[in-house]
Design a protein around this ligand. Structure first.
Ligand code: CDT
Length: 310
């Protein structure tokens, strides 16, 4: 399969949806020119990373949420995808007809039909105003926890799963999808290089991003395509390092800039099968009777009585 990851440089507050979609269309064309059949775009790809700004929900909805998909602004991306016969993943802020707000991603097939939707489950940040912080991270204010679970869809005989940004740090995300025989997991992210919650060294933001993608690809025998929105958005820096990771845990393609940049790889889905047949033959080696705490507990608690020696 020809896989492309289309990293985006900054989207500033002043940038219109039309200008952003034009950039996406250009990258879609570049990816198709490099024989990609599927393109991964970032999380909240159509706007700046607006959860960094304190505002009321009505203003956020008005400025930053999509009321339908595709809508007139995004239609050129769908039209180009159909013309080129390329599928894609796209993250955006979703307002439902009932007025619910989600951080969502869609899976669009090579005929430009939406065949899957994911709503972000692991929402980082906070919901209160932090006036002393250099910026906000208001995902818990602007979005509900996703209600669709971690789905896997078959597209051109490839099983594709989706998640978004902070989800990539949680092992449960990948395991739920690999238990549905996902072969490729795609995700977009906006990761500020400064963590407002503690003084995490800036370099760790990239190191932990690499670690989770490489370990998760290997432990779940899946390919991963991860697309950043990065660079300085109105002065707020976010990490790049978009990448394609093999089921071996190896990085096979990696962005070198913090600008719009398309990276591609021909991915061999058989490689995942080799790992699934051997070290990660789930049916043969997993022991879910010993994993019950994963679904019974949310936070860490005391050791189980059975864990103590007689
Ligand atoms: N967008 C997103 O989920 N970003 C988070 C930042 C967490 S710091 C509050 C991430 O995990 O990259």
């Amino acid at each position: 399969m020809g896989l492309a990851v289309a990293q985006m440089g900054a989207v500033n507050l002043a940038d219109s949806r039309q200008a952003v979609v034009k950039r996406l269309v250009e990258m879609l064309r570049e990816a198709a020119g490099r024989k990609a059949e599927f393109v991964v775009f970032p999380e909240l790809a159509l706007t700046t990373f607006f959860p960094r700004y304190w505002m009321d929900d009505a203003e956020a909805v008005e400025r930053f949420f999509e009321k339908s998909m595709p809508n007139a602004d995004v239609q050129p991306l769908f039209d180009t995808a159909r013309e080129l016969g390329v599928g894609f993943y796209l993250g955006y802020a979703e307002l439902t007809p009932e007025g619910r707000q989600f951080n969502s991603a869609i899976l669009v097939d090579r005929n430009a039909r939406i065949i899957g939707k994911y709503r972000k489950i692991h929402l980082p940040g906070h919901s209160d105003h932090k006036p002393d912080a250099p910026f906000q991270h208001l995902e818990k204010k602007f979005f509900e926890v996703g209600d669709l679970g971690f789905g896997v869809w078959e597209m051109d005989r490839t099983r594709i799963g989706m998640c978004l940004c902070n989800d990539r740090r949680w092992p449960e995300t990948y395991r739920v999808m690999s238990l549905q025989s996902a072969e490729l997991i795609v995700l977009g992210y906006n990761t500020p290089s400064l963590n407002i919650h503690w003084d995490e060294p800036a370099h760790l933001r990239t190191t932990t991003h690499e670690i989770v993608l490489q370990a998760s690809a290997y432990q779940n025998a899946v390919w991963i395509g991860a697309a950043a929105k990065c660079g300085h958005e109105d002065g707020h820096h976010m990490i790049g390092s978009s990448m394609i990771v093999a089921p071996s845990g190896e990085i096979v393609a990696r962005a070198s800039s913090e600008e719009d940049e398309v990276i591609t790889a021909r991915i061999d889905l058989g490689l995942g099968q080799a790992f699934r047949d051997h070290v990660f033959n789930f049916a043969k080696h997993r022991s879910p009777q010993h994993y019950r705490l994963i679904v019974e507990r949310t936070g860490a608690g005391d050791p189980l009585p059975t864990a103590r020696p007689d």
